[in-house]
Design a protein around this ligand. Structure first.
Ligand code: FES
Length: 160
């Protein structure tokens, strides 16, 4: 009798342990982020920047903005480097402003204009296909982390 009670208690404990740990073992699939995203030809994108006073172009599916950086085009991941909120562009203020704690980022380089963000928005890599279409790699594990100042060595798509 005692053995049966002990075995039942062990089985119950094991079930509870599995139920508690299982949710953390499941791999969460990232949807809409992580895949290559084609954004069109550089000439078309630059034309759009010229017509809009360099307003950042939101590519919602990849969660990034195309920016007209000095000398070329970059793709900035719209995840705030403070605590990860999604960063919108403020047309009124002409900069990026995080709604969570007020960090601000420059509209052309995404460097920090106002803390608490500790560093600029991360950049995604951009390549150019043979047909001239730019393709942004939105893998969040392959982002470019930068220092505080704008540095054009991270410019992968250059003008002219
Ligand atoms: S998460 Fe953006 S300022 Fe805190």
């Amino acid at each position: 009798m005692l053995r049966i009670a002990f075995a039942s208690a062990v089985a119950l404990s094991a079930t509870e342990l599995v139920a508690a740990v299982a949710p953390y073992l499941r791999v969460t699939r990232v949807v809409g982020l992580g895949a290559p995203v084609a954004v069109g030809k550089a000439t078309e994108i630059l034309r759009q920047f010229a017509a809009t006073n360099d307003r950042p172009i939101l590519i919602r599916e990849g969660r990034f903005f195309l920016l007209h950086a000095p000398g070329g085009i970059i793709a900035a991941y719209r995840k705030c480097t403070h605590l990860g909120c999604t960063v919108p562009f403020s047309t009124e203020k002409d900069l990026f402003e995080c709604p969570c704690h007020g960090s601000r980022y420059d509209k052309r380089t995404a460097v920090v204009l106002k803390s608490p963000a500790p560093k600029p928005l991360q950049l995604f890599h951009i390549t150019q296909s043979q047909s001239g279409v730019l393709v942004v790699d939105t893998n969040p594990l392959n982002v470019i982390d930068r220092g505080q100042e704008w540095d054009d060595r991270y410019l992968e798509i250059r003008e002219g």
